[in-house]
Design a protein. Sequence first.
Length: 574
Amino acid sequence: MTDQKNLVLAIVLSVVILFGFQMIFGTPPPQTPPAPQTDEQRAQPTGPVSETRPTPPAAPVDAETARAGALEDTVRVAINPDLDDGRVTGSIALRGGRIDDLVLRDYQETVEPDSDLIVLLSPAGAPSPYYAKFGWEAEPGSTVAVPDAEAEWQANAGRLTADAPVTLTWDNGDGLRFSNRIEIDDQYMFTVTQRVENHGDTPVVLRPNGLINRTDEPSALLGFYILHEGPLGVFDGTLQEVDYDDLREKQVIPGAGRQGWIGITDKYWLVALIPDQQSDIDALFSMAVVDRHEKFQVDFKQPALTIAARGAAEVTNRLFAGAKEVNQLDRYEQSLGISRFDLAVDFGWFYFLTKPLFYVIHYLHDVLGNIGLAILAVTVMIKLVFFPLANKSYVAMSRMKKLQPEMTKLREKFSDDKRRQQQEMMDLYKREKANPLAGCLPILVQIPVFFALYKVLFVTLEMRHAPFYGWIRDLSARDPTSLFNLFGLVPWTPPDFLGIGVWPLIMGITMWLQQKLNPPPPDPTQARIMMMLPFVFTFMFATFPAGLVIYWAWNNLLSIAQQYVIMRRMGVKV
C-alpha cells in the first residue's frame, strides 16, 4: 500500500512539473477570433482621442502589394531615405499627419541573409495597420475645427533625417494655424513640437494629445504567460500592463499620472508615446470593433491650454518606435529623463537578478565575441558564487551515498516494521551526521538564477539571432536538430513534441549522470520515478531556447565534476 501511495505521489509530482513548465514556457494558446460587430460598436470611436477613419477593405493581393498600394494613397514625407541616414526608414502620411510607415534597417525576420526587414508601422489599407500621431482636441461643445484623420497637412520639406527636421502645417480656415515640427535622432526617437497660432480675436481652449492605434492582435503574438505583449505604460513610476484580452473584456482601461509613458509592445519591438515628463496626463487603453476588425488604441491627453487672441502655445512630446535594445533604452531614460523606460523589456519578478545578469552576459559577449561563450562563462561565475553552499550539499550527498549499504541492510532487516525501519534510519543519520535533504539546497537556490537567465535569453533582443557554433544559429530559438530524423539524415520533419535536438539530448544525459552520482531515494518506486525525470526534462527542454539548454547542460557537467572530486576525496565509490 505504501509503495502504491508513493508511486501515485511521484506520478502526480511529475505531471505537475511537466504541465507547470508547459503552462509557463510552452506552446501559446490559440488566438481568440474577433467578436462579431454590434451596431453600438460600429458607432463607437476607438477612444477619447478619436481616430474613426474606417480601414478600407483588403484587396485580394498579397500583403506586400497591399502595403505598397496603401503607401501610395497619400503624399508622404520620407524618413531617412538614404541607406546611411539612420537605423529606421519609412515615411509620414500628410493625410492625417500620421507616422505610419516604419522599417527597422538592422533587424530581419529570420537568420537567412535574404530575409525581409522588420516592418514596424503600416498605414491604413495595409494588412494590420499600426500608426502613431499627435494632435489637438477642442473642449466639449466647442465648434473649433481641429485636424482630424482626413486633414491634409502641408510639409516644408520632402524628407526627414537626423540633420533635417520637417514641419507639417494645417490651417482650419477660421484663424487657427497648427504646426508639428518633427525631429528624429540617429536611433529610434521622434521629437514632435506641437504649436497652435491663434490669429483670431477670441481665445481658444485646446488639449494636446497623442495616440497609437493598432488594428488586430499581431499574428506573431507568442502568448507566453511569462512575457507581456500588448499595451503597457508607466505612470508615476509604476508599470501598468494590459493584455489584449483585458481590453476585449473591459473595452476601456484608464491610467493617469506624470513622469511616464504609454505604448504597445511586442516581444522585441516597442512603439511608445512619451509626453513631457513634467506634465500631468490622462491616459487610456481602449479597444473597439470597427469594420469587423479589432482596434486597439493607447492615447494620452495633456492639460488644456488657453491660446489667447493673436497668441500661440506649444508643447513638446516624443515617440519611440524601434527595437527594445536595453542599453539604448537606458540611455534614453538617462538623457531624456524618461521614467522607468527600461521596463519596456519584461525583466519579470526577478528584475534585481535579470537585468544585472543581462549586463554581465552583454559585457562578456563584448570580451569573448560570442554570447554562447558568455553564457558558459556566466555559468562558471554562478558556480563559483554558490560553491560554498554547493560544496556542503555535495559533501552531505556523498555521506548519504556512503551510507547506502547500511540503509539497504536496515530496510531488509525491518521490512515488516516500517516505523522501526524509519527510526533506525533516523538514528543512522544522527550518528553519521547525514542530512537527506541537504542535496536539495543547490537546486532550490539556483531556481531564481535559472529563471532570471531564462528571462534574459527569452526577452532581450540582444539574444535574438545570436549564433553559437555548429548548427546553432540562434541562441534564442530551440535546437533545430532532431533525434527522430537522425539529426537530418532522414528526410522527414518530425512534429514539434518529437523535436529533441542534440543539445537537449546532451542536457538529458548529463542530468541522468548527475542523478547516478546522487544517493537514490529510500523507496525503490520513487527511485525509478526519479530516474525517469531526465527523460521527461529532455522532452520539455527540447522546446526551450538553445542558449538555456546549453547553460543547463554545462551547469550539469560542472556539477558532476565538482561532485566527483568530493566523492573521491571522501572515499565514496563512484
